[in-house]
Design a protein around this ligand. Structure first.
Ligand code: ATP
Length: 161
């Protein structure tokens, strides 16, 4: 039972990290809104299982890179508030990682959706299987963090001072 408590605790801390990043980083807010829309496209458009896997992977990479970027920015700011060449390298390199994943996601999005949005190719009724309900988890999780970050906006900003 102890391991379950430990697991739930680390889940809580990780979700606090996502919420903090979502409240404080404008780029993360943009990533979340775009990811939500793209996931809705995946739910309603006629995309294959492999295409969905590629799109979801691209989304996860962008969000994970933004989380690591925020962690590095915070660490650098903790160590120094003065200009330092190494601080600049750390922040610029972390930002470059986000940029790279975002460019990759744009390319994946264009390749997957360009011929499905116009003319609209809707998902056939026969493909609304159990798998489709499983897919719903993606936008539901994003929505959970969007609502949570809106609710916690004032307390997180107060903590930051
Ligand atoms: N202590 C520092 N020493 C040297 N350069 C820094 C330092 N802090 C920031 N910079 C430079 O300024 C840029 C912007 O830094 P900042 O901390 O404002 O991050 P940001 O990309 O604006 O992130 P945020 O999304 O939090 O606004 C960095 O990419 C880096 O080039």
């Amino acid at each position: 039972m102890l391991w379950l408590q430990g697991f739930l605790k680390s889940l809580k801390y990780a979700s606090e990290g996502i919420t903090y990043t979502l409240v404080t980083q404008r780029n993360m807010q943009i990533h979340f809104v775009l990811a939500f829309l793209v996931m809705i496209f995946c739910l309603i458009l006629d995309v294959s299982r492999l295409e969905i896997i590629l799109v979801f992977f691209a989304i996860v990479m962008v969000i994970a890179a933004e989380l690591v970027n925020t962690a590095i920015e915070s660490l650098v700011d903790l160590v120094t508030d003065e200009y330092h060449r190494l601080a600049k390298i750390a922040k610029d390199t972390a930002a470059a990682a986000v940029l790279l994943t975002a460019l990759h996601a744009i390319i994946v999005g264009l390749l997957v959706f360009h011929d499905k949005l116009w003319p609209l190719q809707m998902r056939p009724m026969s493909s609304f299987t159990i798998e489709w309900y499983f897919l719903l988890l993606g936008p539901v999780i994003l929505l959970y963090f969007i609502v949570r970050s809106l609710a916690m906006r004032s307390s997180v900003n107060r903590e930051r001072g």
